[in-house]
Design a protein around this ligand. Structure first.
Ligand SMILES: [Zn+2]
Ligand SMILES: [Zn+2]
Length: 148
């Protein structure tokens, strides 16, 4: 089911998920404390009723523990496991410590890129100031008119 996000700057409808965290499985009794996470921006949605949570549970819209730790890779230069980051070209992955380009599968690189994108998005939403989004919207509309 689709839920509308309550976070300023998002407010989108998405297949929101119950945040199961470390729990191997969710029970009805867990539902009161469990947060509901917007699939668009990753922020918690507030004031979700217990009935809605039950529906999410029944439909399997559940988010498991974050997999951040899996992004550690053996760096040949450091000779140990390191966290990784995307290179500026967006096509390769570097060791965060020594900036060595790591040889990794395409799917792994995509996963790192996706995570980085989500982190940037989340940070941007946190820092967001009031007038900024409106200005860009107006500018875009104006550009379309000019092109016609
Ligand atoms: Zn959202
Ligand atoms: Zn390294």
């Amino acid at each position: 089911m689709l839920l509308t996000c309550t976070t300023k700057g998002c407010m989108k409808q998405s297949e929101a998920k119950l945040k199961a965290g470390e729990r191997p499985r969710l029970n009805e009794t867990d539902l009161t404390d469990v947060e509901v996470i917007c699939a668009e921006c990753g922020s918690p949605i507030v004031n979700v009723s217990i009935y809605t949570k039950r529906t999410l549970l029944a439909q399997g819209q559940i988010m498991r523990a974050e997999q951040k730790k899996s992004f550690q890779v053996e760096c040949p230069t450091c000779a140990t496991k390191r966290d990784v980051k995307m290179a500026k070209d967006g096509k390769s992955v570097l060791c965060v410590k020594c900036n060595t380009t790591l040889r990794l599968s395409e799917s792994f690189i995509r996963a790192v890129a996706l995570r980085q994108e989500q982190e940037i998005k989340a940070a941007a939403l946190e820092e967001e100031m009031e007038p900024a989004p409106k200005v860009t919207k107006v500018a875009k509309v104006k550009k379309v008119v000019d092109e016609q």
